[in-house]
Design a protein around this ligand. Structure first.
Ligand SMILES: C[S@@+](CC[C@H](N)C(=O)[O-])C[C@H]1O[C@@H](n2cnc3c(N)ncnc32)[C@H](O)[C@@H]1O
Length: 260
């Protein structure tokens, strides 16, 4: 079993090693990524204000979401299994003049080599679907300070059921609906596990987190193959929709803010 897990990690690791050079350019820019990033950064800006915090960016890759806060004085650890992604994180930290506040650690987020109550904030964005969920959440809970926050994004299984149905792929939609675990990913990315809203909320509450909010990320944008040329109106709509919990179960991703 351990050997199989190791093989899966090595496979992912290699994939992300290969993606590392182009990762930020490919996956963090463009109108859809912008909507996702606006929603995440608007929450992080509130969590990470003046007082320096200890931040773990779990499955943090190139440090895209955490390095801006290292630049503002927070102490950031970027943890990832891909050596090459971590090298990019160091490059990004250097470019941002934030190297003294960034440490990279190679390891798996379901087995953290940090003491209990060590971090004030954990970020886990676009990476949770690669790990054993309960084990990872229990590790996150252990290393967080009492009252600490977990900023977590996961891919939404229900989005794919609706999306396939809208494309007329009803058999595929039915298969996704019936599948116990459905993995999906944008082109080029290793398949990542999706969750329904109730699954992820239950996993977090079972791990003794209080779920403060669940926001939908890209509630309408990813159902349309072509986005309008002018995207400001769409961004405004998506920001407003993300505040409405009743829409959170239909967007492409779900964004949970949890408190220990
Ligand atoms: C889609 S990328 C997201 C990177 C970053 N969080 C971001 O949003 O830019 C997923 C990252 O998770 C990492 N990863 C996958 N499984 C992991 C594990 N078990 N522990 C730590 N990192 C892992 C990959 O190497 C990759 O860098």
């Amino acid at each position: 079993m351990e050997t199989m897990e190791k093989r899966v990690e090595e496979k992912l690791d290699n994939n992300y090693d290969r993606l590392a050079d182009e990762y930020d350019k490919t996956y963090h820019f463009g109108p859809r990524a912008k909507i996702r990033n606006l929603i995440i950064f608007s929450t992080l800006d509130k969590l990470l204000q003046e007082e320096p915090k200890k931040v773990l960016d779990a499955g943090g890759g190139t440090g895209f979401f955490s390095i801006p806060y290292a630049k503002k004085g927070h102490q950031v650890v970027v943890l990832d299994i891909s050596e090459r992604m971590l090298e990019k994180a160091v490059e990004n930290a250097k470019k941002n003049g934030a190297l003294t506040n960034v440490r990279t650690v190679r390891g798996s987020m379901d087995n953290l080599e940090f003491p209990d109550h060590y971090f004030d904030v954990i970020l886990c964005h676009l990476a949770f679907g690669y790990t054993e969920p309960s084990k990872t959440l229990s590790e996150f809970h252990r290393v967080l300070t009492q009252g600490g926050y977990l900023s977590l994004t996961v891919a939404n299984k229900d989005f794919h059921i609706i999306n396939e149905s809208l494309k007329g792929n009803l058999i595929e939609a039915g298969k996704i609906l019936e599948s116990a675990i459905f993995r999906q990913s944008p082109p080029g990315i290793p398949p990542i596990r999706t969750f329904t809203r109730s699954e992820i909320v239950k996993l977090c509450t079972d791990a003794r987190f209080k779920v403060l909010h669940v926001k939908g990320i890209r509630i309408v944008s990813d159902y349309t193959p072509e986005l309008p040329k002018e995207t400001q109106t769409l961004e405004n709509l998506e920001m407003k929709l993300s505040e409405k919990e009743e829409f959170s179960s239909i967007g492409r991703h779900m964004y949970l803010l949890c408190k220990k």
